[in-house]
Design a protein around this ligand. Structure first.
Ligand code: A2P
Length: 393
């Protein structure tokens, strides 16, 4: 039998086919067909250059194998195969400690392996790609931030006509701006979180909404924010199989975000409001922005009743006032949060600026310590149970 090796693989359920890894790989080990991006084990030297630029983390997957998966195997996958059981010759135990350590490190990935909540619906992924996009019609484009704000965030509504494009709250879509970049290459796919519930921005319509912030040098964000009603736009996806909403109405959902990180939480809140307004599960939102005028959905959020959604807004740049971040408000709400954290019906979602991750983690650590819970043990268990999700950028 061959000695086990660590094989680099790409998760087809999460990959958005943006081509970044193929462009980055210095040894041309990454290639693709119309279905999947794959890694040639005979060329990959595990240099890891492709890991940081990947926008989704789909690149960071590993299996310990005694017989490597071929390119054809990988082209045919809809999802990654489970880690095979490895029996090392000459040992009675099923697996050797060294090999187990290799497998543990392979499973961990950069941020730890996340899974979907147990009660989430099964998502459809990768129905459309760059080669075969779906064409949507823009049916709305509204500015979400106050006219005095220099943060320009838009609510964009896309309609898919007669072509099925099933999505779930928490999933994203890809958009490619037309034209080419300075090197003459097509622009990269940009990912945007869906801000509307599964049955449409308008109930029972084949449409969805996005929350897009105009970035000064952003090719795609400027393209999207300038779209007019009636424009046609090419869309890929849907993407995302883990950052999903639990279907169970008894699930408590704690949502922590900054800026456009609020998009999936608008989708979660709208779905709960429309499908189970009297659900026993608690929903809590911690939302950080510079000022109220910069906070997307500020007006509509005020109208969501507190019984459905507990809202806590943290403002960092109100003149004459102390800077407040989401993690500060979480500490203020320690009592309710610690009560929720004791329940195995509670799910936590963090979405937005990467910088907030650390602060949120320490706030949860302090809150747990106050009621003699161990946050870091809980966090690992919650992640493995699909109850802890982080999507930051
Ligand atoms: P700040 O005013 O200190 O930049 P942005 O408008 O840049 O998208 O940011 C959204 C909000 O997130 C702002 O209020 C910003 O505050 C805040 N923020 C920045 N860094 C952190 C952090 N490390 N933890 C929590 N919130 C943060």
């Amino acid at each position: 039998m061959n000695a086990p090796i660590k094989q680099h693989l790409i998760d087809p359920e999460i990959c958005i086919r943006c081509n970044t890894c193929e462009e980055t790989c210095p040894v041309d080990a990454i290639t693709h067909d119309a279905n999947n991006y794959v890694v040639d084990v005979s060329k990959c030297n595990l240099c890891l250059n492709c890991i940081p630029p990947c926008p989704t983390g789909s690149i960071d997957n590993w299996r310990i194998v005694t017989s490597a998966y071929s390119l054809d195997d990988q082209y045919s996958w809809m999802e990654l195969p489970a880690q095979e059981q490895i029996v090392v010759a000459g040992h009675n135990e099923a697996i050797d400690d060294d090999v187990q350590a290799l497998i543990d490190s392979a499973h961990k990935g950069v941020g730890g392996k996340s899974v979907a909540p147990a009660s989430a619906a099964k998502p459809s992924v990768n129905l459309f790609n760059r080669e075969k996009p779906i064409v949507a019609t823009v049916t709305g484009n509204y500015r979400l931030t106050h006219e005095d704000s220099d943060v320009d965030v838009h609510h964009i509504i896309l309609d898919f006509g007669d072509t099925a494009f099933p999505v779930l709250e928490g999933q994203s879509i890809g958009i490619v701006a037309p034209g080419v970049d300075a090197d003459g290459k097509p622009h990269r796919v940009r990912l945007y979180s869906i801000a509307s519930p599964r049955h449409g921005e308008r109930p029972n319509h084949n449409n969805l909404a996005l929350t897009v912030k105009r970035e000064p040098q952003g090719v795609c964000s400027n393209y999207v924010c300038d779209l007019k009603k009636g424009d046609k736009i090419e869309v890929t996806g849907p993407f995302g199989a883990t950052f999903l909403m639990p279907n169970d109405p008894a699930a408590n959902i704690i949502m922590i975000c900054t800026g456009t990180g609020s998009a999936p939480f608008r989708a979660f809140t709208e779905w709960r409001r429309r499908s189970a307004p009297n659900a026993p599960g608690r929903m809590l939102l911690f939302f950080g922005a510079r000022r109220p005028s910069d906070l997307p959905y500020f007006g509509p959020l005020q109208k969501v009743p507190n019984s459905l959604l507990g809202k806590h807004f943290a403002y960092s740049r109100i003149p004459g006032e102390k800077k407040v971040y989401v993690q500060d408000l979480m500490r203020v709400e320690q009592e309710e949060l610690s009560r929720l954290l004791k329940s195995d019906m509670t799910h936590i979602y963090v979405c937005g600026l990467k910088g907030m991750e650390q602060g949120v983690d320490s706030a949860l650590d302090d809150i747990c310590r106050s009621v003699e819970l161990k946050w870091h043990d809980m966090r690992d268990a919650m992640r493995a149970q699909g109850r802890y999700h982080v999507e930051t950028y």
